[in-house]
Ligand binder design. Structure first.
Ligand code: NIG
Ligand code: FE
Length: 434
């Protein structure tokens, strides 16, 4: 098969299972039993034009369609027999703006050190900073582009990308520029986030408040003015930034018209009450939440984004309490948290697998959390996260007959192709020849 051109209509037919995730409407991120409703069409078909989905239904209806019959020659048709087609994954939490893996930390952890012990001994986030500060923008952007392509290979078509390893005005803006440069070379969608408040850099060691001033008074306004970021994130946790710092940063983000998200309760409990008043789009990790946090989250529109890749890689026994969160009506998303310290994976299928085996989410819940709720967590639910007329033609094709096989096969790449706005961005498993 020739690589489909963006301007040719694209018709996927004979889809074994087409997961539309169409049932949700516009009333907020999905919760509870809704997360089990994948809206499956068997023997499905999807027609895409101009980068968007124009119709979704059964193959038998598509082949009878007059317009399709008339324009058959110009349509690129893809046979998806025995395959699953779902919305491209929306990976709503990644940190791709780094230079090197952290192999010393990796070995120390294997030998028994914890994430915080490693950070205290000069490893951790701060140890990724020097290389980012030294790197040229294009070097950084090449690294990011490699990660975007790897993500696409696993079926991701939209992602959020944070800065956070520069920790100075220039290097944070450079990281965001590198994200923008990489995104411009990729057909998928990248939502940039300023994470200047990842940790306090060494040179501000005993001057945390001054560093927060820098974030609030320089980084955020400049990133907003230059349209380099859509969100501001804060690592609000033990050893990073406290509640007061975070609230100041959120206020600055709001003032500059940027959205808010935060890392919370990863290492120790973060108090969520005042944070939630800022109506963050997403609060991420949420390992150490108590019952009152869970009920506050359940009655908010904030998505709780779970990143079990971090728990896995840090060798933790405990995972975020997904079942408790789901039972309390919390809107859950799943994301990779791709980063060099705690979650060096670009693979959403692997994250789904962890969600099922370690957090006891069902395969259906995991897929909804990684598609439509990821889109809600990024404010992109109008364009992304489900296969419906009018949405972007962002599709992942998996070479399996049953969607439950996506999390079932561990660390095995079952993604045959990914399309972003109707353009192919990844293919494997002989897909070109099909
Ligand atoms: O999401 N928690 C803070 N940030 C990352 C870790 C980043 C790193 O260790 O480099 C996380 O796990
Ligand atoms: Fe993170």
């Amino acid at each position: 098969m020739k690589k489909p051109r963006t301007d040719s209509p694209l018709l996927l037919v004979n889809i074994g299972q087409l997961l539309t995730l169409r049932s949700g409407g516009d009333s907020g991120p999905w919760r509870g039993a809704a997360l089990k409703e994948l809206g499956i069409i068997e023997d499905g078909a999807i027609l895409c034009m101009g980068g968007n989905i124009v119709s979704v239904g059964k193959t038998k209806d598509a082949v009878r369609d007059q317009w399709i019959k008339k324009n058959g020659k110009n349509i690129v048709e893809i046979d998806c027999s025995n395959k699953v087609v779902l919305p491209g994954f929306v990976d709503s939490h990644t940190h791709p703006a780094f230079v090197s893996p952290r192999l010393v930390d990796f070995e120390k952890r294997i030998a028994g050190a914890t994430y915080e012990q490693i950070a205290d001994a000069g490893g951790g986030i701060r140890s990724s900073v020097e290389a980012v500060r030294k790197a040229g923008k294009s070097q950084l952007s090449e690294k990011i582009l490699c990660a975007l392509n790897e993500m696409a290979a696993g079926g991701t078509t939209t992602l959020e990308a944070k800065s956070g390893y520069g920790l100075s005005l220039d290097s944070e803006l450079k990281s965001l520029e590198a994200i923008r440069e990489a995104a411009a070379k990729w057909a998928g969608t990248v939502v940039p986030t300023l994470l200047g408040a990842h940790v306090v850099p060494k040179e501000f060691q005993d001057r945390r408040k001054e560093y927060v001033d820098l974030v609030c008074e320089e980084m955020i306004p400049q990133a907003a003015k230059r349209k380099l970021a859509r969100f501001v994130d804060v690592f609000c946790d033990r050893g990073a930034f406290n509640e007061e710092d975070s609230l100041r940063i959120f206020a600055a983000a709001q003032k500059s018209g940027l959205g808010i998200r935060a890392h919370v309760s990863q290492l120790a409990r973060t108090s969520l009450k005042r944070i939630l008043r800022f109506r963050p789009a997403s609060l991420d990790h949420v390992d150490h939440v108590n019952d009152s946090d869970i009920s506050l989250l359940g009655s908010s529109d904030t998505v709780a984004t779970l990143v079990p890749g971090a728990n896995y890689f840090l060798g933790l026994d405990k995972y975020p309490p997904a079942r408790k969160l789901l039972d309390a009506g919390v809107a859950i998303a799943l994301a990779s948290d791709y980063n060099p310290g705690s979650s060096p994976t670009t693979s959403m299928p692997f994250v789904l697998s962890l969600a099922c085996t370690q957090m006891k989410m069902s395969p259906a819940e995991a897929i909804a959390a990684a598609t439509i709720n990821g889109a809600w967590a990024l404010g992109l639910h109008h364009r992304k996260g489900s296969i419906e007329t009018g949405k972007n033609a962002d599709l992942a094709i998996f070479d399996v007959p049953d969607y439950r096989e996506i999390p079932y096969w561990i660390a095995t790449d079952m993604c045959a192709a990914a399309f972003a706005s109707g353009s192919i961005i990844a293919s494997s498993r002989g897909f070109e020849r099909s």
